[in-house]
Write a protein that binds this ligand. Structure first.
Ligand code: CTP
Ligand code: MG
Length: 239
């Protein structure tokens, strides 16, 4: 398998969480959300290097967290920017040039599992750009600013996109560089690849891989972890 580096954008402000601090330091099972996210990649035998991107004021807290939890694969903790895209670009620049494939994964998605990540790596081998997505459950409508419906979108063709997203090092670097020069901003990294006219492959994501965004998500994340405990002890009893 190619040499894989991880970029974890964690430089947001968590405004929708309304916790008065970066939501990634809120605790899930007694540990910061960000610690759960880093641990998954630390434990993956396929990952060579991790770069974490933090807001300026949060960098000492992240350094302390990495030190305290003895995460050995963290090669750099660098400063993010105003938009998520600026943060990811900073992270990509901090990775070693020897990294062949880059995985971008939101710091705020602590519930990805090692098995799902490894499935993702094998399913996306051979694609220069690939992302996790899940079928949309709700009907989605396009509406104007006054709330009036413009059209109902065809649900079968819609998918809700998650991270991880994986890219060949060269294409992601080029996409970020070009977008910066053109002043183009997309809502995820794959959209920069699409903007360059290059293909992006979607593979099946994970319902439980939620992005912790609002207070209800934190509650939900705790429930998901409890559900995994129950599943784990049931399968132990069965063996
Ligand atoms: N992120 C980042 N740099 C930014 C903005 C976001 O690294 N300038 C990161 C966040 O820390 C998060 C991920 O991108 O891990 C996804 O962003 P989101 O869920 O929107 O987090 P926040 O921007 O922190 O939340 P909000 O939009 O509610 O303020
Ligand atoms: Mg945001």
């Amino acid at each position: 398998m190619a040499k894989i580096g991880i970029v974890i954008p964690a430089a947001g402000q968590g405004k929708r969480m309304g916790a008065g601090c970066n939501k990634q330091f809120l605790k899930l099972r007694g540990q910061p959300i960000l610690a759960h996210t880093i641990r998954l990649f630390e434990e993956s035998c396929h990952v060579s290097q991790i770069v974490i991107v933090g807001a300026e004021g949060d960098i000492p807290i992240i350094e302390e967290l990495v030190h305290h939890l003895a995460f050995r694969k963290v090669a750099a903790i660098c400063q993010g920017g105003v938009h998520r895209q600026d943060s990811v670009r900073a992270g990509v620049q901090a990775l070693s040039p020897t990294i062949q494939r880059i995985v971008v994964h939101d710091g705020a998605r602590p519930l990805l599992t090692l098995q799902a990540f490894h499935n993702f790596l094998s399913e996306t081998e051979g694609f220069t750009a690939a992302i996790m997505g899940i079928p949309v459950k709700d009907t989605v409508k396009q509406v104007d600013l006054s709330g009036k419906v413009i059209q109902t979108l065809l649900r079968d063709s819609l998918c809700a996109v998650q991270t991880p997203q994986i890219f060949d090092h060269g294409i992601l670097e080029k996409a970020h560089y070009k977008a910066l020069s053109a002043g183009y901003y997309g809502t995820d990294d794959a959209s920069l690849i699409e903007w360059m006219g290059c293909p992006v492959q979607v593979v099946m994501g994970m319902q439980e891989n939620i992005k912790v965004t609002t207070p209800e998500d934190l509650w939900l994340a705790e429930r998901i972890l409890s559900m995994r405990d129950v599943r784990g002890s049931k399968s132990e009893q069965e063996t």
